[in-house]
Design a binder for this molecule. Structure first.
Ligand code: M6R
Length: 605
């Protein structure tokens, strides 16, 4: 997954390209590049590393030109290096690409047999060479059409041409692409977010479509090369992302703003006067829903796992959960009475978007739970439930997980009430309880000092385990994911009761084991599983909402979060785990907001 930007303007574009690339770094940050057209030449500059490095290069040797394209890369084919960074250019053409060309090897061989040489190891360079070849016989639009017909896989492209110095061509299949409009300037971008500081007027290309931008017009074409009109969306111009205030990094800001984020999210869904939940327009009458299928990736998948416990506890609807990259290739038996829910912070995750598309093709009803309401997944679903937590910049998801949990819990409550699965008293009480979340989260954040001490004990560890039962099992998975993602320390999440079936073999003297044990129906059972770990030398870090004393000679350290009832405990228990991952990573000197090898928005398979 990569980020692309293109600007056709009446003034020099390189500064705005760099600024947009900085915003797009959440899609990839292992290399960056820019190409502008100036003095009749394509002027390409690129480097490995961050956009800051590219900016330094441009500072020393500025790139002029009123038309240009830029790229941030997350390597798929070829190492992250200057040569593999985009754009990929010949004398005639320069291309930036997001996606994967699945038949690139085959195309490359054919081009090499015709005597053409490749500079990089990327799949993208075949596109550059194919367009260059096609241009010998046709105009730019036809050359791009002919080329994309030869490509298998996914792409969003931005292309400039030496001899057609006023145009940028954009094309998409599978990977998202947006067009922005302004006075005497038009833009191409991976998403509206990259364009927000320049315009709030956006159109989105659909699969197979192309666009031709000049500074004062944009033309769109469908798969048949017919001119088409596209709807212009007015997107919110709110852009409060570049400011981390007094925080060291975005992740700590995002962890600590969770009480506010929760308040905002809850207030969007709770009608305090009517003591009701504002969720309407279900795509299927909730009383008639046969089954709910929840799909997501990574942290979003973990929120689906927690939600399964809630739906099962509160409603009589059957629930299934799936990882999007598995769902999209399984032989699913679709049912029109099922509701398919897709959870994604970014709304751009390729696997989740593809899983949603499959549902659409099978004419079943879909719901998306997203943070970015202008995203592909939000636009493609029948029904959208935003999480309203504000932009999340840190690659490790924190406040978005919280928002996903809150919305999923609210949805399960609403469905259970509409299906008469719970009493009206329980419904009202649960709504009152929800309102307590922000204050209780503040208390959870007060555990930070103890967590900082705890984090030191992970520095020499070879690995770690996170254990929980019931809805604490997905929280264990999420805790382990956060720790490995941020601190690069191996971490396993396991249902505590499953240890004796194999993973217990991993326990050795001093291995840190985080036991997540809220005061729920599993509490005593989790304690027994913990004893099995203690007996084998595991070093226990105990996280609970139980008011009873935590002191025990066998527990290395204990963290207590506020009790808010069985159902809401996953929300409370998550906070110390986020803080733990954060502090271990900080002590290890890791890049908190941009962990190695990752990207915020995973727009490739
Ligand atoms: O944008 P999405 O919620 O669809 O992203 C899904 C995962 O890529 C994401 O949650 C990832 O696991 C996080 N980096 C974890 O912190």
């Amino acid at each position: 997954m990569c980020g692309i930007i293109g600007i056709a303007s009446n003034k020099p574009v390189s500064v705005n390209i760099i600024n947009s690339l900085k915003k797009l770094e959440y899609r990839g940050y292992d290399s960056a590049g820019i190409a502008t057209l100036s003095d009749g030449f394509i002027n390409e500059k690129k480097c490995s590393g961050r956009v800051d490095e590219l900016e330094k290069i441009l500072f020393k040797t500025p790139s002029n030109g009123n038309i240009g394209i830029g790229h941030v890369r997350w390597a798929t084919h070829g190492t992250p290096s200057t040569i593999n960074a985009h754009p990929h250019s010949t004398e005639e053409v320069s291309v930036v690409h997001n996606g994967i060309i699945e038949n690139s090897d085959e195309l490359k061989k054919k081009l090499e047999n015709r005597g053409l040489a490749f500079k990089s190891q990327t799949d993208t360079e075949v596109i550059t060479l194919l367009i260059t070849e096609a241009l010998k016989e046709s105009n730019p639009l036809n050359a791009v059409f002919t080329t994309i017909q030869k490509l298998k896989g996914s792409f969003a492209l931005g292309i400039i041409f030496k001899n057609f110095s006023n145009i940028i061509i954009g094309a998409r299949r599978g990977s998202p692409l947006a067009v922005g409009y302004s006075e005497q300037e038009n833009f191409l971008g991976s998403d509206s977010y990259a364009l927000k500081s320049m315009t709030n007027k956006i159109s989105y290309l659909d699969d197979g479509e192309l666009c031709v931008l000049t500074k004062d017009r944009v033309d769109f074409y469908d798969t048949e090369q017919k001119k088409i009109n596209k709807k212009i969306h007015l997107v919110s111009d709110e852009d409060n992302t570049s400011n981390k205030g007094s925080y060291k990094n975005f992740m700590s800001k995002e962890i600590f703003e969770q009480p506010i984020a929760a308040k905002k999210c809850i207030s969007e869904y709770i009608d305090s006067l009517k003591k009701d939940i504002n969720i309407y327009n279900f795509p299927i009458d909730p009383k008639l829903i046969n089954k709910i299928i929840l799909v997501g990736c990574g942290t979003a998948y973990h929120s689906c796992l927690v939600a399964k416990y809630w739906f099962e506890e509160l409603t009589n609807v059957e629930v299934e959960i799936d990882i999007a990259s598995e769902f999209r290739y399984r032989k699913i038996k679709f049912n029109k009475k099922n509701l398919y829910i897709f959870v994604s912070q970014s709304g751009e995750t390729a696997d989740t978007a593809a899983a949603l598309d499959i549902c659409k093709k099978n004419n079943v009803k879909t719901c998306s739970i997203v943070n970015v309401v202008e995203s592909t997944i939000a636009r493609n679903a029948d029904w959208v439930l935003p999480i309203h937590v504000g932009p999340e910049i840190g690659v490790a998801s924190t406040k978005a997980f919280l928002g996903q949990l809150i919305v999923l819990y609210i949805l399960s409550l609403k469905i259970s009430s509409l299906r008469n699965n719970i009493s009206s008293d329980f419904y009202s009480l649960s709504i009152e309880n929800l309102k307590k979340i922000p204050e209780k989260l503040k208390k959870c954040l007060e555990t930070e000092t103890n967590i900082q001490l705890m984090a030191k004990e992970f520095l020499k560890a070879k690995g770690s385990m996170f254990l929980g039962r019931g809805s604490s099992f997905p929280i264990a998975l999420e805790g382990a994911l956060k720790l490995k993602e941020l601190s690069y320390l191996h971490a396993e999440g396991y249902p505590a009761g499953e240890m004796k079936h194999g993973p217990l073999a991993l326990i050795e003297e001093g291995l840190p084991v985080i036991v997540i044990a809220p005061k729920d129906k599993y509490f005593e059972k989790t304690l027994s599983n913990m004893q099995e770990v203690i007996a084998r030398g595991g070093k226990i870090f105990f996280i609970t909402d139980n008011k009873k004393s935590l002191i025990s000679e066998n527990i290395r350290s204990g963290i207590r979060v506020p009790f808010l009832g069985d159902l809401l405990s996953p929300i409370m228990l998550t906070i110390p785990l986020q803080l733990l991952a954060y502090h271990v990573a900080l002590l290890k000197g890791c890049d908190i907001d941009k962990p190695r090898n990752l990207a915020k928005s995973v727009t490739v398979e």
